[in-house]
Design a protein around this ligand. Structure first.
Ligand SMILES: Nc1ncnc2c1ncn2[C@@H]1O[C@H](COP(=O)(O)OP(=O)(O)OP(=O)(O)O)[C@@H](O)[C@H]1O
Ligand SMILES: O=C(O)C1=C[C@@H](O)[C@@H](O)[C@H](O)C1
Ligand SMILES: [Mg+2]
Length: 187
């Protein structure tokens, strides 16, 4: 499955808990891309704080600014799988960076997201909230943005990260444009 994207990077977008980080890491390995990067992880490293702490100390707007700055750097890389934060789609400017590569929406039903995130308190937007309602509201606000991706993969409840990865790799070729063949001129 080497060089399926001809060295272009792959960006994973989608809701919290969709599996962007989990599947992104597997995809990088299967595609023979040596770099897997995750915008949330980079922000945490740069700030020396967890996402929760960043939201508490400087707020969501500053987090979004950091997210844009990180993405602006990452989009200069080729041969990289980039997993993004769930809200990366909110800023128009971010799309100009995402479009440096192929954008893939990992679409996961809210019920399945719930089952994955109930025991997880690392997502500040889900704290102190009715999780199902909050996820539904966020998805309703963002669905049309996620839908701007080049490819949508809807994940089934029993699909393992490995199976999702395999399906993505099988689907990508069908959405790539065939290479442009220069016209041949007869003498
Ligand atoms: N296909 C899958 N089947 C079962 N569990 C999964 C699957 N994909 C991811 N998970 C689990 O769901 C949880 C969330 O996954 P992950 O952190 O990769 O999501 P994410 O999209 O990166 O979320 P965020 O936007 O918050 O960073 C993790 O515990 C992960 O192990
Ligand atoms: O969906 C969101 O807005 C977020 C998703 C996470 O990846 C983090 O980027 C943060 O918790 C915000
Ligand atoms: Mg993640």
């Amino acid at each position: 499955m080497n060089n399926i994207l001809k060295n272009r990077s792959l960006y994973l977008i989608g809701m919290m808990g969709a599996g962007k980080t989990t599947v992104g890491r597997l995809l990088a390995k299967e595609m023979g891309y040596s770099r897997f990067l995750d915008t949330d992880n980079i922000i945490e490293l740069v700030k020396g704080q967890t996402i929760n702490e960043i939201f508490t100390t400087v707020g969501e707007e500053s987090f979004r600014e950091l997210e844009t700055q990180v993405l602006a750097e990452l989009c200069t890389y080729t041969r990289t799988v980039v997993s993004t934060g769930g809200g990366i789609v909110l800023r128009q400017k971010n799309w100009s960076y995402l479009q440096h590569g192929l954008i893939l929406w990992l679409d996961v039903p809210v019920k399945l997201l719930m089952s994955r995130l109930t025991e997880d308190n690392t997502r500040p937007l889900l704290k102190d909230a009715d999780m199902e309602k909050k996820l539904q509201t966020l998805l309703a606000q963002r669905q049309h943005l996620y839908n701007q991706a080049d490819l949508r993969i809807t994940v089934q409840p029993q699909e393992t990260p490995e199976q999702v990865t395999k399906r993505i790799l099988e689907t990508i070729p069908s959405i790539l444009k065939p290479p442009v063949v220069p016209p041949t001129y007869l003498n």
